[in-house]
Write a protein that binds this ligand. Structure first.
Ligand code: B16
Ligand code: MG
Length: 218
């Protein structure tokens, strides 16, 4: 039995940690201030999408427009509320199976990279005390083009010196699964087949990972 992948790239929000609920609460608060109707279902469209692109979606839901300066101010406002919440994150909010899989990959000598759209990724990894597992951390502060552009995953592969074909990605958002496929990688979708039709495998959580996905010659 050998490793099937030379590197594994993890999305952060929705794969390793359940921060989506905090993004939702912060966007909801902004939506209320702006008198924009915003539901949990609307929030699905923001998953994996960059902060500014998320704001655009929110404004469009209310049929509103804003100048660049105003958009910057609104995004900063939302982020301040979000940061206030994630500063209280605890290790209990690590999603099921996340740390066990990180430990297993490390034991197996597989490179581990982060491929997240979030500009708050470093803060979250630190709060969760899992930063040490990652050989490379590519996040929203490092990439110009948001998912579904493949840039974040290509940069992650390059940073650990592995070809995209030898990388496996774990992703929970449609835009992220598309980005990984466009990077030429295999993807495990965390969620439902209905929501992530492009994924090569679907799991409800990392806790369900099977040896067939990770190893050859079983
Ligand atoms: P921030 P991921 C993404 O993280 C989130 O899924 C998405 O909802 C969020 O808008 C984006 O990060 C930007 O986050 O405002 O913290 O920079 O899923 O790619 O790890
Ligand atoms: Mg995600």
């Amino acid at each position: 039995m050998g490793n099937r992948w030379k590197a594994v790239v993890f999305d952060l929000d929705g794969v390793i940690v359940d921060t989506a609920k905090y993004h939702y609460l912060a966007w909801k608060r902004l939506a209320e201030e702006l008198d924009i109707p915003f539901t949990v279902a609307d929030n699905e469209r923001l998953k994996g999408v960059s902060r500014m692109a998320s704001l655009e979606i929110l404004l469009s839901l209310g049929g509103k427009r804003a100048q660049a300066e105003e958009k910057k101010r609104l995004a900063e406002r939302k982020n301040a509320w979000y940061v206030e919440m994630i500063d209280k994150l605890t290790r209990e909010e690590l999603l099921p199976g996340a740390e066990r899989l990180l430990r297993q990959l490390r034991r197996d000598g597989v490179k581990i990279a982060l491929g997240s759209a979030s500009k708050n990724a470093a803060r979250i990894l630190e709060r969760l005390e899992i930063g040490e597992y990652f050989d490379a951390r590519i996040d929203g502060t490092r990439v110009g083009k948001a998912k579904p552009d493949p840039e974040v995953f290509l940069l992650a592969a390059k940073s650990v010196g592995v070809d995209p074909v030898d990388c496996l990605v774990f992703e929970d958002a449609p835009a992220g699964v598309e980005a990984a496929k466009r990077a030429g990688m295999h993807v495990v979708g965390i969620g439902s087949e209905e929501n992530l039709p492009l994924a090569d495998w679907i799991l409800e959580s990392l806790d369900e990972i099977q040896d067939e996905i990770l190893y050859d010659g079983l």
